[in-house]
Design a protein around this ligand. Structure first.
Ligand SMILES: NC(=O)c1ccc[n+]([C@@H]2O[C@H](COP(=O)([O-])OP(=O)(O)OC[C@H]3O[C@@H](n4cnc5c(N)ncnc54)[C@H](O)[C@@H]3O)[C@@H](O)[C@H]2O)c1
Length: 370
């Protein structure tokens, strides 16, 4: 199969969809990889590394979209890339369409078939391609907060762990999934007073089992209104698979939050859980909103691109290989994980949660391909 790897163009996006080690494994199986020149540079991989892995370097990205049967990316195509969407190739990348109607309409118009990394599920329960990025974003969130709180970065000059005579800071984490769990263990390790909220008691139990010192609460509006006002840092990692993030920090809760609190909305890629807080970028990650600060970068792992590219491609490789070795149509019939992750198919919206979030017609892929 001809596999295309465009260079990522989102702000400060340094990840690459296929690393040389995995490219070599695909080349050995006679697949032909077309990679855009310098696509791997941000992650520490040169064009020469890719040539040595059997890839062909292409300087004009349009050629990649025109010739590749499978396009692998990290982030969703941006507006300037919409012109390359086409019905001949399959797109495999993070899409987060529930929060991006414009991209969805362009995928439907171009009739491009797309598979969303975040929708690939194992046993219908876990998200193997989202997981490594969520682990990274969860682990980075307290680290980012710690930096921001320092005076030289414009913060209020506070130390998360406190001292022997000064209390540590309060960190509240909403969502006890992969982002929340990782943010909790790092915050706890930094010495913070950590409280985690979720609607799933098993997820809360999981965190308690890590360290009983971490406090847990059922995530209700009442409990958030009770506990968030004393937080110095709030990290949001709420996710309802495929859907737009619910606004767990709505305007009424925002009024209770104390001055200078930093809210890190990791779930911004799915629309975000903080009312009136829009996406920010690594160039200007933090904005002031009323009396608090908001951080809403949708590609947090790109600040550790080498780790992130290796971790991402470490999990995507299996699926790229499956599609390349068996052909996409055969994977639809024989692989439920791929079938369930198809968001658009030949001009039709095939994701139920996306259709619900955007109030658009849904087509069951099962019925279309029979
Ligand atoms: N910004 C970034 O760079 C970045 C990176 C990785 C992941 N993410 C995003 O972070 C989000 C979380 O990802 P994840 O892998 O941790 O998901 P996950 O499914 O592992 O966890 C989500 C958790 O949210 C909980 N939840 C649902 N509704 C809730 C509510 N009302 N209150 C409290 N908890 C609630 C669920 O029970 C679950 O435990 C996703 O939107 C994901 O796309 C963003």
């Amino acid at each position: 199969m001809i596999i295309g790897v465009p260079k990522e163009i989102k702000n400060n996006e340094n990840r690459v969809a296929i690393i040389p080690e995995k490219a070599a494994m695909l080349s050995e199986q006679n697949h032909n990889i077309l990679i855009e020149s310098n696509a791997g540079t941000g992650s520490g991989y040169s064009d020469k590394d890719y040539v040595n892995s059997g890839c062909t370097i292409i300087s004009n990205v349009e050629e990649i979209y025109k010739n590749a049967e499978l396009i692998t990316k990290v982030k969703e195509p941006l507006k300037s890339e919409y012109k390359y969407l086409n019905k001949k190739s399959i797109l495999f990348t993070f899409l987060h369409l529930a929060a991006n109607k414009n991209l969805l309409m362009n995928l439907l118009k171009s009739e491009m078939t797309s598979i969303a990394y975040e929708a690939v599920t194992k046993n219908g329960k876990t998200f193997p391609l989202l997981k490594p990025m969520s682990e990274i974003a969860g682990k980075l969130a307290p680290q980012i907060a710690a930096n921001f709180l320092q005076k030289q970065y414009g913060g209020p000059g506070l130390l998360i762990g406190g001292t022997s005579n000064i209390k540590p800071l309060n960190i509240s984490i909403i969502g006890a999934g992969i982002v929340g769990y990782n943010a909790a263990i790092i915050s706890n390790g930094m010495g913070a007073n950590v409280t985690v909220f979720d609607i799933d008691n098993n997820k809360l139990l999981n965190i308690k089992n890590y360290d009983k010192k971490i406090k847990t609460q059922f995530s209700s509006k009442g409990n958030l209104a009770k506990y968030l006002p004393s937080s110095h840092i709030i990290i949001n990692g709420v996710y309802i698979p495929g859907s737009k993030t619910p606004k767990v920090i709505d305007e009424s809760i925002q009024k209770l939050i104390k001055k200078d609190t930093l809210i890190i909305d990791v779930a911004i890629d799915q629309g975000g859980g903080v009312a009136n807080l829009n996406s920010t970028s690594h160039d200007k990650p933090i904005v002031k909103l009323n009396n608090f600060y908001g951080y809403a970068v949708p590609n947090i792992p790109s600040i550790v691109p080498k780790t992130a590219s290796q971790a991402l491609n470490g999990t995507t490789h299996k699926y790229i290989e499956l599609i390349a070795n068996n052909g996409f149509e055969s994977c639809l019939i024989n692989n439920i994980e791929i079938l369930n992750a198809v968001n658009t198919y030949k001009g039709k919206l095939t994701s139920k949660p996306v259709s619900k979030s955007l109030n658009l017609n849904y087509y069951s892929l099962d019925k279309i391909i029979i």
